[in-house]
Design a binder for this molecule. Sequence first.
Ligand code: FDA
Length: 304
Amino acid sequence: MRDALLWASRNETLKTHVPRWGFVQRALRQFMPGERLEDALQAATMLAGNGVTSMFTKLGENLTDVAQADAVVEHYLGAFERIAALGLDTEISVKPTQLGLDLNLEHAARGLETLAAKADEMGNWLWIDMESSEYVQPTIDLYKRVKASHHPVGICLQSYLHRTPQDIKDLIPLQPGIRLVKGAYKEPASVAITKRAENDEAFFRQAAELLSTDGVRLALATHDLTLLDRLEVVARVAGRAKDSYEIQMLFGIRMEDQYRYAAKGYAMRDLTAYGEQWYPWYVRRLAERPANLAFVARNVFARN
Ligand code: FDA
């Protein structure tokens, strides 16, 4: 099922037709407050009322020309302003391909630098998402370049990649921001761990090492409560305060747990996606948990 959904997320015909189906749009509302920045801002205000901070990402991948990348940069510059005007603790997370990584590396680097400088100016923070494995090295290279300017920037690392333990070692001296995730793409066994249980253990080991390391802004981005419980013990043994690292989850997933973590004094941040190009992102969410298909199916019968 996971493989079929990951295939569907890349299929051009499905990409064109599925987003028009009303029941899919209704099911989508579980994971996305809306397509506009203002919808995400409203959600962030609601989350803040529950003690949960947020992080925005505008959906859209693999651009066809650099003008589209410039539009993305402009959009996020405006978003930083709106966030500051509303006094929200909302950070921004970007995909390097949205900044034109596929088209022109230097252009993407300039876009990233512009956004990182803006984050700095606004007292905010910029995160860099990690995409499929062919982008990992250029993304880490870009991260190192922006980090050299001392801007507040973090990078996502995927525990399933065989290379990640070494990437963690290489990045630690830079005092990085690291968001650790299990990894959302279909990767071959030569590149990544393909067994779920083995990846859970890899995540545990990498997170435990990071929890025992000073100078890293650490975010554990997972909905896996068993893992988070085990890591809570590691954090306690390492003498870390509950709010000295972050737990990050996606909007619409385990919301009650997100509020519970915040109420218990953990630094809980919610990643809220918005934008018109939601199809591949949404189908990857389904691939993570095919049981969500039942949710889509239920919405076939929903009224509006
Ligand atoms: P796992 O998939 O094992 O799920 C644990 C439990 O959580 C499940 O049993 C289920 O109960 C619940 N759950 C998980 N996913 C669910 C869903 N979609 N719907 C309902 N329940 C669900 N990946 C990447 O490659 N690059 C990136 O930049 C990012 N960025 C990122 C940021 C943030 C804040 C998060 C939370 C995640 C990402 N990811 C990501 C996605 C990540 O790699 C991973 O695919 C998902 O988080 C799902 O894995 P879990 O760690 O939640 O565990």
